[in-house]
Design a protein around this ligand. Structure first.
Ligand code: VG1
Ligand code: CO
Length: 545
């Protein structure tokens, strides 16, 4: 088999965003597009000879083709071995677990996460380092620079490999190990939680739950862990077969896209006490009880406040970390525990250094992401097991646990409003105007309070000293309320404006106000300051979460 050197020309726009490069499938499927990006990763890494790479994806449309391409290119780059999840499928947290457990040099993960899949939908790719976590900004910047100057890529001339069976095979001189995607991951999770206690909950107490895998990657993992290992009834995991188009659904675990799950758990006479779902690549989670959806920021705070019930974390919480727009509910828990709380830009890559340095143990984002130092990605099934462990230990309902948390710490009313597929130039202008007015805002009266400070968040990484600018415009009010504006870095169509709204309330009489109502003055202020309707023509957000 020979290695071919193919001439190529740069494609514009191969700039990784919050979590890798995400584009429409038709863009990725252009001859040379994927190849250019993969070659740019290998060129940035330097000498790959003798190393072992992990390869897998969330199983979406184009995953199978892309896996064969990356394998041929890895062989040409001189990798000694590539480990591939069976059928080329691996959840993002499982990929992180395998890289760490087996000491691999890194991994290529093919995923567009919660974005829809199919020929007209999205695809994505990212590189994870030897610590199992997403590459840093400096690495992704270097890859981007390389994509702008690339003139050739290298590929082994070879047949497709059958990835359907667990086996060792070769591609030219490179070994290819096709392995069971579930085993390492399940073993890791079992080492963190009290599986005996959770299993008693299912088997002895007859606890019933639903896990909706949304036809995305977590089905086989959830079945193996919840049904086979923990003894939950067969049928606990629904939509468990990963499909290339996620069954036509949107693999985003929120009450809108997992509406069926919410309805089932909340239906009168339902035997279900708990519901959960995960996203396309298995790193996000949603947790619900009957007629009660746990907000992701609250969930993080509850996980931290209950860490002493979990074998892996009891007495071992060094610190917590959250992305800047995530509500500050967890900050209050950290304060009471006397541990630090770090505030990072959006995206899991910013937690990596804190986790590696042992500064943070639990991390989370408002976008349904939570995780810990057990790996270097957020982890959907981990969060579900953590909640199950809490439920098994406390014997209370999901709603009782969250309401009790609010009584103890106060409630951070929180919501995110998304304006999707905006004209990109208009969105840029909106931010330029917003940045212009920031200096004039302090002192401005807003309902019963006033603006305390307004800035554009910049992050100085306490471990490596790197600086990331322009990570979101923040407007803080005197009463502790806050509005954050940022542009999404994962969308594939125009620009998506995200507005994060937060208001703290400690009065025990005011803990049950409908969320949007509690946030009304902030919603109005956000609209005014950013001149949303005037600049974008939109009168309401597309998605409220
Ligand atoms: C979104 C979320 C962010 C998350 C990122 C990747 O990014 O807001 O919190 O880390 O998706 O998650 P953005 O830039 O669109 O706001 V996933 O599950 O899509 O890998
Ligand atoms: Co995801």
């Amino acid at each position: 088999m020979k290695i071919m050197t193919m001439p190529t020309r740069p494609f514009p726009g191969q700039k990784p965003g919050t979590s890798g490069l995400r584009k429409k499938v038709r863009e990725f499927a252009q001859p040379g597009y994927l190849e250019n990006f993969v070659q740019s990763i290998f060129d940035t890494l330097g000498d790959c000879r003798g190393k072992t790479l992990l390869l897998g994806g969330d199983g979406r449309y184009f995953n199978d083709k892309a896996i064969q391409t990356v394998l041929r290119m890895a062989a040409a780059a001189g990798y000694a071995r590539v480990m591939v999840g069976r059928n080329g499928i691996l959840s993002t947290p499982a990929a992180s677990a395998v890289i760490r457990k087996r000491g691999l040099s890194g991994g290529i993960i093919l995923s567009a996460s919660h974005n829809p899949g199919g020929p007209d939908a999205d695809f994505g790719i990212k590189y994870n380092l030897g610590n199992g976590g997403p590459a840093s900004e400096s690495f992704t910047e270097a890859v981007y620079r390389r994509t702008q100057e690339i003139s050739e890529y290298r590929m082994l001339e070879a047949r497709d490999i059958n990835l359907g069976h667990i086996a060792e095979t070769t591609l030219g001189e490179m070994a290819v190990s096709i392995f069971d995607p579930v085993a390492d991951y399940a073993e890791l999770l079992e080492s963190l939680f009290d599986f005996e206690k959770i299993s008693e909950l299912f088997v002895r107490d007859g606890f019933r739950m639903r896990f909706d895998a949304l036809h995305a990657v977590t089905g086989p993992y959830a079945k193996a862990i919840l049904e086979n290992r923990l003894g939950a009834l067969e049928g606990t995991v629904i939509n468990a077969v990963p499909l290339p188009d996620f069954g036509g659904g949107h693999p985003d675990p929120n009450p809108v896209y997992a509406a069926g799950l919410v309805a089932e758990v909340s239906s009168p006479g339902s035997m279900l006490s708990f519901g959960a779902a995960s996203d396309g690549d298995g790193d996000r989670n949603m947790v619900i009880g009957p007629n009660f959806v746990v907000g992701p920021s609250d969930s993080l705070a509850v996980l931290a406040a209950n860490h002493s019930l979990i074998p892996a974390y009891a007495g071992r919480l060094a610190g917590v970390a959250r992305s800047m727009p995530t509500s500050r509910a967890v900050d209050r828990v950290a304060e009471e525990l006397g541990i630090p709380c770090f505030e990072t830009p959006t995206g899991w890559k910013f937690f990596g250094n804190l986790l590696d340095a042992g500064k943070a143990t639990l991390c989370g984002e408002e976008s349904s992401g939570a995780g810990s130092n057990h790996l270097r990605e957020k982890d959907g099934i981990w969060a579900v097991l953590y909640w199950l462990n809490i439920l098994a230990s406390r014997g209370e309902t999901v709603e009782q646990i969250v309401r009790g948390h609010w009584r103890r710490f106060g409630r951070h009313y929180y919501s995110r409003h998304d304006y999707e597929a905006l004209d990109a130039a208009g969105a840029e202008m909106l931010f330029a105007c917003l940045r212009d007015v920031l200096p004039s805002l302090p002192g401005k009266p807003v309902s019963k309070t006033k603006v305390r400070m307004a800035d554009d968040f910049a992050y100085l990484d306490p471990i490596d000293g790197s600086r990331s600018e322009r990570q979101g415009v923040r407007i803080m009010l005197d009463d502790g309320s806050r509005i954050v504006f940022r542009l999404s870095g994962t969308g594939t169509e125009g620009a998506t404006l995200r507005i994060y709204l937060e208001r703290y309330e400690s009065d025990p009489e005011c803990l049950a106000i409908p969320v949007q109502e509690a946030l009304t003055p902030l919603i109005q202020l956000a609209g005014e300051l950013a001149r949303i309707t005037e600049i974008t023509g939109r009168t309401r957000p597309d998605v409220i979460s």
